[in-house]
Design a protein around this ligand. Structure first.
Ligand code: CP
Ligand code: NVA
Length: 316
């Protein structure tokens, strides 16, 4: 069975920790490891826009000695009905791994179904697991570790980032609280799965309505856009409902005095987060953005190692 990274819980706590250890080593000595030397190619496919994911995978694959092939899928047959299973079968003959950013998680699963090489989720409507590897690396760096640390995520608690904080945070042994307005709660299935993981790691998960309670005394305050890609024209009045969840100086004052602030970017300054906080001394968002590069290099290296060890693997 080829290992994929479609959701945060595709890595066990020990595996997540191993990937983060490798990311720290790769960050400390950026050009030392070249598992893609050959060069072996990696396809990075985008159904949605991107700056950080696109660039960090492109640069990271090159730094690993590989050949990145970054594709806007509007230029392919994806929009003309080519089956993702067929596309994955074809791509698996050319490349060593496939990264996809898309809409529904069913599309990600379909691609993985046809793939004979590892598939990585570069963001779906449901999850953003590569971002969480970067976030956890950043938390390790600024909070001295993840186990036992607390994180309060406020804003759109129904989106990919909220779901990934729940799953990846629980996997890392963190105490994760998420809070959003009514109608923007996380998927009950994801909360249940995160609680199950947390029971084994010493972490915990809580879904709240009150943003003040969500950030009270936490080590990490996190937020994300109130309007995710694909929701721009859904006609919902988000600004009014989300306003109490803005990460501003007043809300942040309820967290630990040395709490750090995360935002995956792009930020809608003045909506989910103020300039004062984003540019302030507690913000670590640019370390977080940099860590996409190191975390994804480590993930690709780790997945390719796993793949090489799989029975019948051409690279094994
Ligand atoms: N954080 C993140 O995934 O950014 P992009 O949408 O620019 O890739
Ligand atoms: N929730 C956001 C994350 C962007 C990186 C979105 O899906 O648009």
């Amino acid at each position: 069975m080829t290992r994929h990274f479609l959701r945060d819980d595709d890595l066990s706590p020990a595996e997540q920790s191993a990937v983060l250890d490798l990311a720290a080593r790769m960050k400390a000595d950026r050009f030392a490891l070249r598992p893609l030397a050959g060069p072996r190619a990696v396809a990075v496919l985008f159904d949605k826009p991107s700056l950080r994911t696109r660039l960090s995978f492109d640069v990271g694959i090159a730094e690993l000695g590989g050949h990145p092939i970054v594709v806007d899928t509007q230029l392919t047959h994806f929009g003309r009905g080519e089956s993702l299973v067929d596309a994955a079968r074809v791509l698996s003959r050319y490349v060593s791994a496939i990264v996809l950013r898309t809409f529904g998680d069913d599309r990600m699963t379909e691609l993985a179904e046809g793939a004979g090489v590892p598939v990585v989720n570069g963001l779906t409507d449901g999850f953003h697991p590569c971002q969480l590897l970067a976030d956890l690396l950043t938390i390790r760096e600024h909070c001295g570790g993840t186990a036992g640390r607390s994180l309060g995520y406020v804003g759109d608690a129904a989106n990919n980032m909220a779901h990934s904080y729940l799953l990846a945070g629980a996997t890392a042994g963190m105490h994760v609280r998420v809070a959003g307005p009514a109608g923007h709660d996380p998927s009950p299935a994801v909360v249940e799965r995160a609680a199950e993981i947390a029971a084994g790691t010493g972490g915990s998960v809580r879904v709240l309505r009150d943003p003040v309670e969500a950030v009270a005394g936490v080590d990490v305050v996190a937020t994300d856009t109130w309007t995710s890609m694909g929701q721009e024209d859904d006609g919902r009045d988000r600004l009014t409902a989300f306003q109490p969840y803005q990460v501003n100086k007043t809300l942040l004052a309820g967290a630990r005095p040395d709490a750090v602030v995360l935002h995956c970017l792009p930020a809608h300054r003045g909506e989910e987060i103020t300039d004062e906080v984003l540019d302030g001394p507690q913000s670590v968002v640019f370390d977080q953005a940099e860590n996409r590069l190191h975390a994804q290099k480590a993930l690709l290296g780790w997945l390719l190692d796993q793949h090489a060890a799989e029975p019948g693997s051409p690279t094994g």
